[in-house]
Design a protein around this ligand. Structure first.
Ligand code: F0G
Length: 459
């Protein structure tokens, strides 16, 4: 197998790359990572698993556990530690890694009460090195870029992919091109891509417009595409599911709830759970549900208006800028996962997202707005009866609270204007949650008065 533009071969020691629609095994990977026959997306598969050479489940679990105690670079990565379920590099030592993965799971007791479930757990992927889940996929895909001797890598992004790519490119001594929508990127994310030295182009369009422009660039320039159409990205993102189960002592939760943007992440997690079941690591899979913002709800509409037959693209608008995507690339993969795991798709309003984000913060965890759709969605799924109060639920928090400090500060100051709701109504709704900073004279008396007032307020 080879990358068309580079004419250098990729190792396929343990994997194939197959089209999700026409099932053609790709002999050559096109620069846009689409099937050269039908144009649909590709996915990695492991032929040896069907020929009796599948790894043995209890041996795998023991090996992965043992690696947690080792200090070898690859074993310190919460992605490469699970390399038996990943496409193999020619030379493992060439992996570009920042010790990604290894993210915590947290109990969310207050959020559980608010959602109406007995127990709620968050897997915080925002605790990755660049503050989002993107690092888990990036380490794998960029290592393949380097193996194929690319000097340049590129992505269109709503901010997190670009932050991650820029960091990993810098670590690997590669150049990176970031294509982002002007004015629609949270500051934390933009600052990261600058700090890591990417060529950062802010285009006067939205994310979907950036994807179009980048698709032309990759046809005209030898540059390796690192958007989630790249199937190696999703392979790395699978490991969050494996690590989660390890942390839960291989007890499979009833539900896993994921935010939906370009729809790569839920597809990756679904692939992981289904592969683990196939390999005998688990005997059931959780229901994987996807939550979208009402203003960026193409998957929701695709299912409710077209019964999943064709994508309903939308003009996306949400303050959760990470998921401000109207034409998601991985919608078919996502539908397959919803079907195979019996999950569902829900949409949530801007006000619901803001309230949920503050609740996750109040549990001492915090996340960026796009991650908070999970809690907002869970509340609706409990109300509709899809999630029962006694069932175990895991929210996938995808980004760190510091990614978008402007949103948080505006919220607490009462300056956040949410689409489709009057400011007055929103501020009344969130009054109990907001904690605006107080400016005082520099004296103990003033601060003590504030303390006493706060105590009185809380009884
Ligand atoms: N949450 C966060 C924090 C994200 O950054 C993204 C996507 C998602 C959820 C949605 O994941 O696209 O796999 O469905 N961010 C991309 C980016 C698009 O460019 O950073 P998805």
């Amino acid at each position: 197998m080879e990358i068309v533009q580079s004419a250098r071969s990729i190792s396929v020691a343990n994997h194939h790359v197959r089209c999700i629609s026409c099932s053609e095994v790709s002999g050559a990977l096109a620069a846009d990572f689409r099937c050269t026959h039908c144009g649909d997306l590709l996915e990695v598969e492991f032929p040896s698993w069907s020929t009796g050479l599948a790894p043995e489940p209890s041996a795998l679990k023991a090996l992965w556990r043992e690696r947690r105690t080792l200090n070898q670079t690859l074993d310190c990565s919460g992605v490469w530690r699970f390399r038996e379920l990943l496409p193999s590099l020619d030379d493992w030592s060439s992996a570009i890694t920042l010790r990604e993965g290894n993210t915590p799971v947290y109990e969310l007791p207050r959020c559980a009460r608010s959602a109406g479930v007995e127990r709620l757990i968050a897997k915080h992927q925002g605790m990755n090195p660049t503050g989002s889940f993107k690092d888990t996929g990036m380490t794998v895909a960029i290592s393949f870029a380097r193996q194929n001797k690319f000097q340049w890598v590129a992505c269109a992004s709503t901010g997190n992919t670009s932050a991650s790519m820029a960091a990993y490119a810098a670590r690997g001594g590669m150049r990176s091109l970031v294509v982002i929508p002007d004015g629609k990127i949270a500051w934390g994310k933009l600052s990261q891509s600058l700090d890591y030295g990417a060529l950062t182009c802010q285009l006067r369009t939205d994310f979907d417009g950036c994807v179009k422009v980048l698709n032309e660039i990759i046809q005209r320039y030898p540059i390796y595409l690192l958007n989630s159409v790249n199937p190696y990205r999703l392979e790395g993102q699978k490991t969050a599911a494996i690590e989660l189960l390890e942390q839960l002592d291989w007890q499979v939760p009833n539900h896993v709830i994921v935010p939906g943007g370009n729809l790569g992440n839920n597809s990756a997690l679904g692939k992981a759970f289904l592969e683990m079941k196939r390999l005998g690591l688990i005997d059931a899979v959780p229901k994987i549900s996807v939550i979208q913002a009402e203003g960026a709800n193409p998957l929701y509409r695709t299912i409710h208006e077209k019964q999943g037959r064709e994508l309903v693209p939308v003009e996306a608008d949400t303050l959760a800028t990470a998921i401000r995507i109207g034409n998601p690339a991985s919608w078919k993969k996502s539908l397959r996962v919803l079907e195979a795991t019996h999950g569902c798709v829900e949409q949530v309003s801007e006000a619901e997202i803001a309230v949920a984000k503050a609740e996750i913060g109040a549990d001492g965890v915090g996340c960026e707005p796009a991650s908070a759709v999970t809690l907002a969605g869970l509340k609706k799924l409990v109300k509709s009866g899809f999630v029962r109060p006694t069932e175990s639920v895991v929210l996938i928090l995808t980004g760190h609270v510091l990614k978008d400090p402007e949103y948080t500060i505006k919220f607490h100051r009462g300056d956040l204007s949410v689409p489709r709701m009057a400011d007055e109504d929103f501020n009344a709704l969130t009054k109990q949650q907001r904690k605006a900073p107080i400016v005082l004279d520099a004296g103990a008396d003033a601060v003590l008065r504030a303390l006493e007032a706060e105590d009185k307020l809380n009884g």
